[in-house]
Design a protein around this ligand. Structure first.
Ligand SMILES: [Zn+2]
Length: 198
């Protein structure tokens, strides 16, 4: 199914040295930065692992410098308040392809508005949303909508629920909201929404 790996093969920055286990098949590899790492054959073949980790960190640092507001993860005192943590993970799941949940958020086209991303992004976010109350998470009024003022609130349940929902559920929900918008505004008519397309 996948190509056989032999010593000397190159995967990104890794050179394959020798096999360490047969099942699952793992290989000891040496990275261009001289560190070694044992990697599953499947992860080499799929391209998931292409360095000891140094390359991913470099790419991430470069990407972060380019796209993320400075200091978005930390408060001025170096700590991270609950509000700050929510803010940072909102940005990550929309922007960082290796973040948990990216597929459901950024990978599905969900964005954080420019007002919350710019230099004063966190202050704007705080002004719009207020501090995060205990046991809540940020949720979007329309699960298909972006992270922006007017579509977000601190919520006790729906944030976690949205995270658990798969991509398919998100798409179904998106269609449902689209249909709702087309039919009577604000009126919930889920049971026969398929009859209200026109
Ligand atoms: Zn390395």
């Amino acid at each position: 199914m996948t190509a056989a790996i032999t010593p000397g093969d190159i995967f990104g920055r890794l050179v394959v040295v020798r096999q360490t286990t047969r099942w699952p098949e793992r290989w000891l590899c040496r990275c261009a930065c001289s560190k070694t790492r044992i990697v599953r054959a499947a992860d080499l073949n799929s391209g998931l692992v292409d360095s000891c980790g140094c390359w991913g960190r470099e790419r991430w640092a470069e990407w972060r410098k380019k796209f993320l507001p400075r200091g978005y993860q930390r408060d001025a005192d170096g700590g991270a308040s609950p509000t700050r943590k929510s803010y940072a993970s909102m940005i990550l799941r929309c922007a960082n392809p290796s973040a948990t949940g990216y597929e459901t958020y950024g990978g599905s086209g969900i964005k954080v508005c420019a007002r919350w991303l710019e230099e004063a992004g966190f202050s704007n976010f705080l002004a719009d949303m207020g501090e995060r109350p205990p046991r809540t998470s940020i949720s979007r009024r329309l699960d298909s909508g972006n992270y922006e003022p007017g579509n977000c609130r601190w919520d006790t349940r729906s944030g976690q629920r949205a995270e658990r929902m798969g991509k398919r559920a998100m798409i179904r929900l998106h269609r449902f909201h689209e249909q709702q918008k087309k039919s009577s505004k604000g009126k919930i008519n889920g049971s026969d929404d398929h009859n209200t397309r026109n």
